[in-house]
Design a protein around this ligand. Structure first.
Ligand code: F6P
Length: 549
């Protein structure tokens, strides 16, 4: 029991019931579960929007799912969900509402923060973005010298980079191919250098994306980008045609030297990692056009509505969140792989890393007590089939339990030649084969029946029982991307709600920022920095020596 009288998560009867169930279930054999229920392959599936979600290859029975839903009910996941959608300040450590769902609300929706409907503001910014994107795309917005803008460089980091960079990659087939769109995030000067080295400044628009406009990496890169531009165009007034800002902080934008008329705003109730469907998506909108961007928002909204209204038994984000809890808390799984079978989703898992790990990488609960249960997993993965030839060995035959999501599409997207389109079946054959192999493995008897010498039988045996979710969609469209992202946003929400942590703050990134600021003068000027530990002191000295300082 907490001091405030609330039952600790791991003392709840629903938690203990799950622990007991796990013990009684012992080692689950997926072969047996499928043999016992010929309908499992279709019964354990759900649909949301365009997504077909198969969870039959999980180490769960009807009882497991019921007990997990009871845990969700006891921890009032749906109560917190409703509070979030209502605009209540559920981000308690920052006293903020959590309303990324308002970013894709329909024009006539009413969502209030502090008594004010925020939806008209959301649509006003979307309309301004659309107008600006259209002008850049048509050439009506020209650069300082009158040349047409052909290059867009988004400068931002974390949520101000990963989201738009991921979505640009995902939706490449829908982009205006005459535009070059690049994303710069790293304060390593090499990132900006490589992004602009072959560009003509007169044709380049910098989109400076930063919620706070105080992030050192972004401000530093933006400053260097401005110097590069001014060195070529000579005149301070060029900035107005070549720099726009995406931010919540008009004051800092103006202080940086960007006219706030060229600023697209969003609000403190949008978390950075939940922001690419806000003004932060401007570079993406320029690339794909406002109509496609709106289709993407429609996709988000399909899953928002589903999460808000679907009963627990058929609620996909709830199910996915609870499955993660089953493995993380009752099977000691430490990580979760997301394995998309689409080249266009190459940055999707990196995007999810911030979404999930910055949200749920917490060890203190909402009441300020240390948690005694595992929270967010390590999220990782790269597109299939590449991973198959790299780390799948460990998933198949290693000693760790790694639940995985497989994401695939029935039709290839884009202007592929007939020959390249035909490769899609091979890609998807791998997609289906992998989850089959992971679930059902290969027994020693099956290996022997192939005439394998006895000494190799253990090496060629596959244990199986590696759990996977399969998400299958018809095609990777803007709407489907929105659906996928909203699905994971809400999955992360469900887990944070059950674990009783604040999924919307990120205090864990602060200490490193402060220390970097403190250590920098030691590197540049050899300044004596107070409180530097012996290891760091020696490292700094070696660094200075190597730099010849
Ligand atoms: O340092 C972490 C973080 O605050 C992220 O949460 C955020 O997405 C990123 O930095 C960038 O912040 P900003 O958009 O304010 O520059």
């Amino acid at each position: 029991m907490n001091a405030d009288g609330r039952t600790r998560l791991n003392q709840r009867p629903e938690w203990t019931a799950l622990a007991k169930h796990r013990e009684e279930l012992g080692e689950v054999r997926l072969r047996e579960l499928f043999a016992a229920d010929s309908g499992r392959g279709t019964a354990y599936t759900l649909r949301v929007g365009d997504l077909y979600v198969d969870y039959s290859k999980h180490l769960v029975t009807d009882d497991t799912l019921r007990l997990l839903r009871e845990l969700a009910a006891a921890t009032d996941v749906f109560g917190l969900r409703d509070a979030m959608f209502r605009g209540e300040k559920i981000n308690t450590t920052e006293n903020r509402a959590v309303l990324h769902s308002a970013l894709r609300a329909s024009r006539d929706a009413v969502i209030e923060v502090d008594g004010e409907n925020v939806v008209p503001d959301v649509h006003a910014v979307l309309d301004r973005m659309a107008d600006f994107a259209d002008r850049v795309r048509s050439g009506a917005w020209a650069g300082h010298t009158g040349k047409r803008i052909r290059n867009i460089v988004n400068v931002g980091i974390g949520g101000s980079d990963l989201g738009p960079a991921m979505a640009y990659e995902v939706l490449r087939a829908f982009t205006d191919r005459s535009l070059t769109v690049r994303f710069v995030s790293n304060v390593d000067g090499a990132d900006l250098h490589e992004a602009i080295r072959d560009l003509d400044p007169a044709e380049t628009l910098f989109v400076i994306a930063s919620k706070t406009f105080t992030t050192i990496e972004t401000v530093t890169n933006a400053t260097s980008a401005r110097s590069w531009l001014l060195a070529a165009l000579g005149d301070e007034s060029a900035v107005a045609k070549h720099f726009v800002a995406l931010s919540t902080n008009a004051e800092k934008v103006a202080a940086f030297g960007i006219d706030t008329a060229n600023m697209f705003e969003f609000w403190d109730w949008v978390g950075g990692r939940y922001s690419y469907d806000s003004a932060i998506g401007l570079a993406l909108m320029i690339a794909i056009g406002p109509d496609r961007f709106r289709e993407m928002l429609d996709g988000f909204r399909i899953v928002d509505d589903h999460f808000r209204t679907a009963p627990a038994e058929s609620n996909v984000p709830l199910l996915m969140g609870l499955l993660g809890i089953w493995y993380g808390n009752f099977h000691d799984a430490q990580s979760h792989a997301v394995l998309p079978y689409s080249h266009y989703l190459s940055k999707f898992t990196a995007y999810l890393q911030q979404l999930d790990m910055e949200s749920n990488g917490k060890s203190v609960d909402r009441d300020g007590h240390g948690v005694e249960w595992q929270t967010g997993p390590v999220v990782w993965g790269t597109p299939g089939t590449n991973g198959q030839h790299a780390y799948y060995q460990l998933i198949h035959q290693g000693t760790k339990l790694i639940p995985a999501d497989f994401i695939g599409f029935a039709r290839p997207v884009g202007e592929l030649s007939e020959q390249l389109k035909a490769q899609h079946d091979l890609l998807m054959a791998n997609f289906f084969a992998q989850t089959q192999a992971l679930a059902f493995g290969k027994t020693p008897e099956e290996v022997r029946a192939e005439g394998v010498p006895e000494e190799l039988v253990p090496h060629k045996t596959f244990q199986g029982d590696h759990p996977t979710t399969t998400i299958l969609a018809p095609e990777l469209t803007p709407s489907v991307l929105g659906q996928l992202v909203a699905l994971y946003e809400h999955k992360v929400f469900v887990q944070g709600a059950v674990w009783n942590i604040d999924s919307f703050d990120q205090w864990g990134v602060e200490l490193g920022k402060v220390l970097a600021k403190r250590v920098e003068p030691a590197l540049t000027e050899g300044a004596e920095v107070e409180g530097l530990d012996a290891s760091t002191k020696a490292l700094v000295a070696t660094y200075r020596e190597l730099r010849g300082r």
